[in-house]
Design a protein around this ligand. Structure first.
Ligand SMILES: *Cc1c(COP(=O)(O)O)cnc(C)c1O
Length: 386
């Protein structure tokens, strides 16, 4: 989280009914839509990402409606479970953690059930680090003339991996404040287009807190938030969006891409003897926001502990690939590289990992950090001096 965001949030109570705070809150809406690349609407919530799963579902479907769920990791599976818990009938297509979504299976499911009201997919699944292309799915829906709305979980990816809601044909996209948007956990966002609004018109009753209509047709800020607004978070989001748009969306995506490629270069180099690897084998299907790794248990856990104890660096735990708490889980960990990340931070992270591998005597091919540095040098090369 950038200091500018934290500083912007550090303030006491102000007038939450009228005046500058209300005017500033309105400016977030177009700037959020520029991040999602949509001419649609955005509803803002006080919530984390789990809340956005529910919000998206209850605005386009009724209890008993059919939902098609596509998953490539545990976050996709959890969204499907949320739908089941809300009484929706879920048809599950689970493609595993490290393979592509199967477009034929998706098409067959849609052909077999013309009463599917929504398709759920995860743009980047944070457990596996796998990225899926929403356009592949929206093209099938369009070609079949199917009624289903396409709903995309962009909680990990927005502001990191290229996501263009309108161009990719997503009808609903959800995200949270705390990942690529660089602001503490506490706000969630649902973007939606006219197709999704048509789906909304036929459902009801809708839980008043999650209903996106009053939030987007608001005449008072208390309607936008169904109660008190999160003033400090609004200031934090304003600062974060200022940083994102000052850099530019294309540049933000390019920075994440270069840094992700540097990370993969290090991993591929270290793992040449097979001791360590990215969970997603094909680079074109890897996320630029998060990378999941696998090594022999318990070395992943030993490395995480070393980084925590000796370098003040916390690596992500492995999630969803094997049962949490199992011995095999100690072979998995994840690198988060979303949002406020620079070459300096990523090179520091990789050098720390390589130091830990050395300190613990974990087998690896030395020199991953050089491979990573070469990627960054190549992407930022200054040819002006020949
Ligand atoms: C983090 C995350 C979630 C859950 O968000 P919370 O804020 O923890 O509730 C859901 N989906 C994806 C893809 C995520 O990365």
């Amino acid at each position: 989280m950038p200091d500018a965001v934290l500083r912007a949030m550090h303030r006491g109570s102000e007038n939450i009914y009228e005046g500058p705070l209300i005017e500033m809150a309105e400016t977030l809406i177009p700037d959020l839509c520029r991040v999602a690349r949509t001419s649609g609407k955005v509803a803002m919530y006080i919530s984390n990402g789990h809340g956005m799963w529910e919000a998206a579902l209850v605005n386009v479907s009724n209890i008993g409606d059919k939902i098609l769920n596509l998953s490539v990791g545990s976050f996709g599976r959890m969204w499907a479970q949320t739908a089941r818990d809300l009484g929706r009938e879920v048809i599950d297509l689970d493609f595993g953690n490290d393979t592509a979504q199967d477009l034929d299976q998706i098409e067959n499911a849609l052909r077999a059930h013309d009463d599917i009201v929504a398709v759920l997919m995860t743009h980047v699944d944070t457990s596996s680090g796998r990225r899926c292309d929403p356009k592949e799915v929206s093209e099938i829906i369009a070609r079949l003339g199917h009624r289903a709305v396409l709903m995309v979980d962009c909680i990990a990816s927005m502001g990191c991996d290229r996501f263009e809601m309108d161009a990719m044909g997503a009808d609903v996209a959800i995200t949270g404040s705390q990942k690529g948007l660089m602001t503490p956990a506490g706000m969630g966002f649902v973007f939606f287009n006219a197709r999704a609004e048509a789906a909304h018109a036929r459902v009801g009753p809708i839980s008043p807190y999650w209903n996106w209509a009053p939030r987007t047709d608001a005449t008072r800020i208390s309607q936008r938030f169904c109660g008190t607004n999160p003033a400090q978070h609004l200031h934090g989001m304003r600062a974060a969006l200022d940083m994102i748009h000052a850099e530019g969306m294309e540049q933000v995506w390019a920075r994440h891409e270069t840094l992700a490629k540097a990370i993969w270069a290090a991993i591929d180099h270290w793992g040449q003897d097979g001791s360590l690897a990215a969970v997603v084998r094909e680079p074109e299907h890897r996320s630029h926001a998060v990378t999941a790794l696998t090594m022999t248990a318990p070395d992943g856990q030993r490395l995480r502990q070393w980084c925590e104890d000796h370098a003040g660096m916390t690596l992500g735990i492995g999630l969803g690939l094997v049962p949490l708490g199992s011995f095999e889980a100690q072979g998995h960990f994840r690198l988060g590289h979303m949002g406020y990340v620079t070459a300096q931070m990523i090179l520091g992270m990789l050098a720390t990992i390589e130091t830990g591998l050395n300190a613990l005597g974990i087998a690896h091919r030395a020199g991953g950090i050089l491979a990573a540095s070469q990627v960054i040098a190549d992407h930022t090369a200054d040819h002006s001096k020949g």
